[in-house]
Design a protein around this ligand. Structure first.
Ligand SMILES: *[C@@H]1O[C@H](CO)[C@@H](O)[C@H](O)[C@H]1NC(C)=O
Length: 155
């Protein structure tokens, strides 16, 4: 094999290592909401049925859990609107530890955001702290969960 061809081969391998599936820095962004009312018992995870965006497929709509595919700095937003006359109190959990909470009662919306380091494989989800009743309608997506990678953590 000519040295030129070897050079091309090694350059290709180098690029594959740099940008290949395992080493690649991926985009991660999701947004999901409720298109119907949901009643949760304490500790129940909120499963958002209306997935608007799921780049990287890290949010599992069946479980409501985000499983981090790329270590890095993430931002999460949780907004919730209760069913009229009722209340909600929920937290965003990172590895089963509550890091921010949202409380709201009748006709008022609650929401918080956080920027946090998340490691690959860590789970993030929203769960009720007390029995909670969230409002949702097919054209009324007030209760939402959004998350995205701000910056990958390359180690
Ligand atoms: C979502 O989680 C459920 C339950 O663990 C699992 O059966 C399903 O395969 C997951 N879906 C995706 C798209 O990973």
């Amino acid at each position: 094999m000519a040295s030129f061809q070897l050079g091309v081969l090694f350059a290709g391998l180098f690029l594959l290592i740099l940008w290949g599936p395992s080493g690649a820095c991926m985009y991660v962004a999701f947004s999901a909401g409720l298109s119907d009312n949901v009643k949760l018992q304490a500790n129940d995870k909120l499963r958002y049925d209306r997935v608007t965006t799921n780049v990287g497929s890290a949010l599992n709509a069946t479980t409501g859990m985000f499983t981090c595919p790329q270590s890095g700095l993430y931002q999460f937003h949780v907004h919730a609107f209760p069913i009229r006359g009722l209340r909600l109190w929920m937290s965003l959990y990172l590895k089963d530890i509550p890091i921010i909470s949202v409380y709201a009662e009748s006709q008022s919306s609650g929401g918080h955001s956080v920027v946090v380091f998340v490691n690959k494989g860590d789970t993030v989800y929203v769960a009720a702290k007390v029995p909670s009743k969230m409002y949702g309608g097919s054209n009324d997506i007030y209760t939402t969960f959004t998350g995205y990678l701000i910056s990958p953590y390359l180690n």
